[in-house]
Design a binder for this molecule. Structure first.
Ligand code: HEM
Ligand SMILES: *[C@@H]1O[C@H](CO)[C@@H](O)[C@H](O)[C@H]1NC(C)=O
Length: 332
């Protein structure tokens, strides 16, 4: 035996002690479970799916709204349903930030599901879990791959407009996006994968106004945007049009289908936001865009996994937070 491996601080002991620490700490951390409501509210996932399906039949765009709702919930104070809390006379909530108002939609779907869940199993199913299930159901309804949603999230009691700083702006470049996602424990690869959600849904003209009309001091229109597409967009979104009704599809070829149209758009210089087109500015992310564009199975699989990971950001569990009775209002 050499001197290194004798004594208390030898490699074997260090390894054993680290292993024990890991075993001790892991169960104390936030743990969500697939099937969390299987006994306490057997019908929970069914009721939510039913409400999402009903809404989707009325308006297929709501699926996109619900996927974005989950993203905007998770990136601000973790997936704690802080995004659906209403403002009060003394507090402007997240949902009234320009990042969310007037663009975010699907609130009524969450309300309707919550009302039915409160009737079926009062005080059991969190709003944060409803949002997570509704996002998953929306992806399935639009043709993406389903996934089990680990659940048991609890609802937060705080929602502040200032916290929506954590949401990436449409003007963000690759470094900024990578940085903002890494803050939430997501890799650059996962950022590229999750951005594929932009294969469904719409954008308000206001979100692309600067890219079309005031790109920089020398050019009005972002030259990384296909010139013909830019002309079309300028017709749909005249300069200064700030109407909440002025919207364009993000992936015009198939705006209600979860396919790889988003990545194909980017390869054709038709990514709608700077944050989309910027994915071509490094070789590794550009390669990833190309791989997804030609391999829908690969992207759908990775997307499902990345959604599960996004759904775990900063969750409250066990005795933290509360089970809100009305998703718009914190409990007394
Ligand atoms: C990478 C950074 C991202 C940026 C900068 C970004 C930005 C935007 C913007 C500006 C809009 C248009 C809002 C409007 O004007 O109506 C939008 C829509 C949307 N975003 Fe993102 N987003 C990002 C990532 C994500 C992620 C990770 C998801 C979900 C996993 C997502 C899902 C959606 C969906 C589904 C829509 C369409 C919403 C609707 O039709 O109601 N986005 N995004
Ligand atoms: C404006 O953008 C173009 C294209 O990206 C670039 O070549 C030019 O240097 C920019 N001008 C300024 C003043 O930043």
């Amino acid at each position: 035996m050499d001197t290194m491996s004798s004594g208390l601080i030898n490699p074997t002991n260090v390894l054993l002690v680290s292993l024990m620490l890991v075993l001790l700490i892991v169960p104390l951390q936030a743990q969500l479970q697939v099937g969390f409501y299987s006994r306490s509210c057997t019908m929970a996932e069914f009721i939510i799916r039913d409400e999402v399906t009903k809404a989707f039949i009325q308006d297929r765009g709501l699926a996109a709204g619900l996927v974005r709702l989950h993203f905007h919930d998770c990136f601000v104070r973790g997936c704690d349903a802080s995004v659906v809390i209403d403002s009060t006379p003394s507090n402007i909530a997240e949902k009234d930030s320009p990042a969310n108002n007037p663009s975010l939609r699907g609130f009524e779907v969450i309300d309707n599901a919550k009302a039915r869940l409160e009737a079926a199993c009062p005080g059991v199913v969190s709003c944060a879990d409803i949002i997570a299930f509704a996002a998953r159901d929306s992806i399935i309804l639009t043709g993406g791959f389903g996934y089990n949603v680990p659940s048991g999230r609890r609802d937060g009691r705080v929602s502040l407009i200032a916290d929506t700083r954590a949401l990436p702006p449409a003007t963000a470049n690759l470094n900024q996006l990578t940085q903002m996602f890494s803050t939430h424990g997501l890799t650059q690869e996962e950022m590229v994968t999750l951005s594929g959600a932009h294969t469904i849904g719409r954008s308000h003209c206001t979100s692309i106004e600067s890219r079309l009309y005031s790109y920089n001091t020398t050019m009005n229109t972002d030259p990384s945007l296909d010139a013909f597409y830019a002309t079309q967009l300028m017709q749909q979104c005249p300069q200064g049009d700030r109407s909440v009704d002025s919207v364009v599809p993000i992936n015009p070829a198939s705006p209600t289908i979860t396919d790889v149209g988003y990545y194909i758009d980017i390869l054709n210089s038709r990514g709608l936001f700077t944050s989309d087109q910027t994915l071509l500015t490094s070789t590794s992310t550009a390669d990833q865009v190309t791989r997804y564009a030609i391999n829908p199975l690969l992207w759908k699989t990775k997307f499902a996994a990345a959604m599960v990971k996004m759904g775990q950001i900063g969750v409250l569990t066990a005795t933290q937070g509360e089970i809100r009775l009305n998703c718009r209002v914190i409990n007394n």
